[in-house]
Design a binder for this molecule. Structure first.
Ligand SMILES: [Zn+2]
Length: 456
């Protein structure tokens, strides 16, 4: 007992004096100057602009002369020339532990679109392999300007939680991660036709299957045990679905723990179940009706738009991957055109409805020739090509996304008190949204991740 006390006392004093040391070390202060700073909230541009960061947070934003006057003498200064500064980007729908290869033309007739790539990714790779893959994807996202991501499933039992913790501890580079761990799904999840001999362990690794309100609450608690930041639910898949009482139980249990609920819902029925269950965001929402948009708006519910497939993505990725017969390719192009038209009509309805919206890449595909960050950044032109104005696109991945995540006090804007997460592009992203595919400067937590604008 006495030994234990001595040990605890020693530990206490060790911690106490370490704390004192930290308190005494000088603050890390950096001044970032740029030709322009875009405020996505208002659309206003400050020109020229300066941002003072201290210990990973934004301390002051203003004109260079004003900010310089408030900065300590000899402050470290980063001059980005005529570049445009923006808040760090937020990808609110990622799958960092997936990198699915699309099946070839010959295989397409034998499998559904989602297999066998997804199956291979979750069943043939060990959890350790997947986390290391996630570490690469996370670094690549960060290098493209995504300083915060919300990872919504396909991470094994706790892979994205482990990755989040490793990034926060400085062991590997990457964005801030909100981790969802296992998705709550109806029985079967995505895999209805798995080999019965091995199905159960694979399903248990990937999903928490729920069929009743009690199971729903238990599943939320299991994810809570692994320290998730949100609960992800699949409301519809292959005909199976979550019922309103189950959804309501999920939301109650999650909200009790102050966590938000993001729901994959594509069909009209699943979207209605999510709305009736009181969820916080609906992911994809492909078949959303005007009436449902109005209900979502009235409840303050977010639509998380996932535009990756809006703009000929299938053709692009197949062109870069495999040889196709002319017939296969023209069928692919025709499918892309239909998807683009549907998306354009939907995006116009969303904009008109006044519903709150954010955007996420949903990128989980191997895209030859592109890093994960570059692949994810194709969502900006995809949204623009279906008619979303540039400022709305930028809001969808900054202020709006921050609000959807419940992190509006921490990220999504260049304002005092928020994390010092900044990106810069060479040109004007309002005039040319594809500038966001070419992020030249990334700062996270006040630390420079990349700077291609440095003159020396
Ligand atoms: Zn997804």
């Amino acid at each position: 007992m006495r030994k234990l006390f001595t040990l605890l006392a020693t530990l206490f004093f060790a911690l106490f004096s370490a704390g004192e040391l930290v308190a005494q070390s000088p603050a890390v202060v950096t001044l970032v100057r740029a030709g322009r700073l875009l405020d996505p909230r208002t659309g206003n541009v400050l020109s020229p602009a300066a941002v003072l960061t201290e210990d990973g947070k934004i301390k002051e934003v203003g004109s260079p002369s004003q900010v310089q006057a408030d900065a300590p003498a000899g402050v470290k200064t980063i001059d980005l020339g005529s570049a445009t500064l923006l808040p760090g980007l937020i990808d609110s729908h990622t799958h960092l532990l997936l990198n699915v290869t699309l099946p070839t033309e010959a295989e397409m007739t034998r499998y559904t679109e989602f297999q066998p790539g997804l199956l291979l990714a979750v069943a043939a790779k060990s959890p350790a392999e997947r986390v290391l893959l996630g570490a690469q994807m996370a670094r690549e996202d960060l290098e493209s300007g995504f300083t915060t991501v919300r990872n919504v499933g396909h991470s094994g039992i706790d892979g994205d939680v482990a990755l989040r913790n490793a990034i926060n501890a400085g062991r590997v580079p990457g964005p801030r991660i909100l981790a969802a761990a296992r998705k709550l799904t109806p029985l079967g999840g995505y895999f209805q036709n798995l080999n019965p001999a091995i199905a159960e362990p694979i399903l248990q690794q990937e999903f928490l299957q729920v069929a009743s309100p009690d199971e729903a609450r238990r599943a939320v608690d299991e994810d809570l045990f692994y320290s998730v930041d949100l609960i992800k639910v699949v409301a519809d898949d292959n005909g199976a679905g979550i019922t309103v009482p189950v959804m309501t139980a999920i939301v109650e249990e999650a909200h009790r723990a102050h966590l938000r609920v993001a729901v994959h819902a594509q069909t009209k029925i699943a979207i209605q179940t999510a709305i009736d269950g009181g969820v916080d965001s609906i992911e994809h929402g492909n078949a959303v009706t005007d009436e449902q948009l109005k209900m979502m708006r009235d409840k303050g519910m977010f639509l998380d738009i996932t535009p990756t497939w809006y703009d000929g993505f299938a053709t692009k990725i197949y062109d870069a991957s495999i040889v196709m017969s002319p017939a296969f390719r023209s069928a692919l192009v025709a499918g892309d055109d239909r998807a683009r038209q549907r998306a354009a009509a939907r995006v116009q309805r969303v904009l008109k409805s006044g519903v709150k919206f954010a955007a996420g890449s949903d990128m989980c595909w191997f895209y030859p020739g592109k890093t994960r960050g570059q692949a994810s950044a194709t969502m900006f032109t995809a949204l623009h090509d279906v008619g979303m104005p540039p400022l709305d696109i930028i809001r969808a991945v900054t202020v709006n996304a921050a609000e959807m995540l419940g992190w509006q006090d921490q990220v999504g804007a260049v304002e005092p008190g928020k994390f010092a997460d900044l990106v810069a592009v060479a040109g004007d992203p309002i005039a040319d949204i594809s500038e966001l595919e070419r992020v030249r400067f990334v700062m996270k937590d006040g630390q420079v991740v990349r700077n291609d604008l440095a003159s020396h």
